[in-house]
Design a protein around this ligand. Structure first.
Ligand code: SF4
Ligand code: SF4
Length: 116
């Protein structure tokens, strides 16, 4: 299987992404389960404008990896979600959301929606 050379990208492709209600639920659960120190540390990072609110710049990886939305899991591997660093990895047919999007993470949903 083709892999993606993600290390060192510093969240280059991690911007606003569509999320469904169920994906939001999973993200809320994940954020709630984080130790307070980890959650605050992630929340208070200074990100580039447009970088996903969950991107962990210090660790250079997704801060919610196991609970990330479907589009993040699909990115780079589908013909309509090509990664310019390895276009050959986009072998699968066009990706579609399984459930309707309820909004855009990082735009409609920000840290204040995950803080309680
Ligand atoms: S999918 Fe591509 S652009 Fe995104 S982090 Fe990985 S290598 Fe970088
Ligand atoms: S949820 Fe994770 S993988 Fe998806 S855009 Fe945000 S940081 Fe990137």
């Amino acid at each position: 299987m083709e892999t993606l050379p993600c290390q060192g990208c510093k969240g280059l492709c991690c911007g606003p992404v569509p999320v469904s209600e169920n994906e939001l639920k999973r993200l809320r659960k994940k954020v709630k389960a984080m130790p307070a120190k980890t959650r605050n540390e992630l929340k208070n990072q200074q990100r580039f404008p447009g970088t996903c609110i969950f991107y962990d710049l210090k660790k250079d990886r997704c801060g919610v990896h196991a609970s990330r939305p479907g589009v993040c899991k699909a990115f780079g591997l589908h013909r309509n979600l090509v990664c310019f660093k390895n276009p050959q990895a986009a072998l699968h047919k066009d990706w579609k959301m399984e459930e309707p999007a309820s909004g855009i993470l990082s735009v409609d949903y920000t840290w204040k929606d995950f803080s309680s």
